[in-house]
Design a protein around this ligand. Structure first.
Ligand code: GEK
Length: 247
């Protein structure tokens, strides 16, 4: 399978729409799916590289939590300047994703050691971290476990380290949420998705991806110890935040 497989998983009427899962069928179309579904995806990846060039330190760990096919790992790896004893740990609980991720990473040789872990990121031990990236993964974690995960990341970051969280957002009041969702759906239409694909994907992901407001994210980051936290990118209802563990 190549990275150019087109996502047509929701192109035909499905009847009863199953809840979204990250299985082999999704893996086979994932690069196309995420690029055509998430406005700003490439910009966010490029800036994870930029942040890696600033924050990743020698003799430290760098985490990609919910790595899927390793796009964030590749972006960071390409920009880390000080390779001395730096290690990237890329984690995903979809074995299908990690199998393909291993192939894609192997195709881009790097001096930076990279470990792939097939596990729930809620069970991942975070230590000696100079950078942690969670690109579009927190939204899939049960609400009751989100604060504990952020606290664990804060504890595992070295002073001066950074966390990047990219998420789909919810807005209040409902009229604003509807507007930003509509703008997102318009973006998907412009990327070639039909109204049927958009509506079936929305139904499939509805109870699987639970978005929160920007305020909720910022307040939780502060409550978990991050003195500095701010969005650095937003397009419609997609946002990327950076949070720093102050030295
Ligand atoms: C990218 N970051 O291309 N533990 C581990 N992995 C999980 C868990 C969990 N509890 N829940 C979901 N995942 C990537 C894109 S995709 C985003 C991330 C999306 C994994 C899941 O298997 C999937 O690979 C990933 O998180 C989310 O920059 O598809 O919207």
């Amino acid at each position: 399978m190549t990275e150019t497989n087109q996502d047509n998983l929701f192109a035909h009427p499905l009847g009863i729409i199953p809840g979204f899962v990250f299985d082999k069928a999704v893996v086979d179309v994932f690069p196309d799916m995420i690029r055509r579904s998430v406005p700003g995806y490439e910009t966010i990846l490029a800036h994870c590289g930029e942040l890696a060039s600033r924050y990743v330190q020698a003799n430290s760990h760098c985490y990609d939590l919910g790595c899927s096919l390793g796009a964030s790992t590749l972006a960071m790896r390409s920009r880390i300047t000080d390779h001395r004893n730096t290690k990237i740990i890329a984690v995903d609980n979809s074995a299908a994703m990690l199998d393909k991720c291993a192939d894609l990473l192997a195709a881009v040789p790097s001096p930076i050691s990279t470990e792939l872990l097939n596990q729930d990121i809620c069970d991942t031990e975070i230590n000696n971290a100079s950078m942690v990236v969670m690109n579009f993964t927190l939204q899939f974690i049960p609400m009751s476990q989100r604060a504990a995960l952020i606290k664990k990341i804060y504890a595992g970051l070295n002073p001066g380290g950074c966390l990047v969280i990219s998420e789909k957002l919810h807005f209040e009041p409902p009229s604003l949420n509807t507007l930003l969702s509509d703008l997102h759906h318009q973006f998907k239409r412009a990327q070639g998705y039909s109204d049927l694909e958009i509506s079936q994907k929305r139904d499939s992901i509805e109870n699987v991806l639970i978005p929160e407001t920007l305020d909720t994210h910022i307040q939780r980051l502060r409550a978990c110890g991050f003195q500095s936290a701010s969005p650095w990118f937003q397009c419609f209802n997609f946002c990327s935040l950076v949070a720093i563990k102050e030295p």
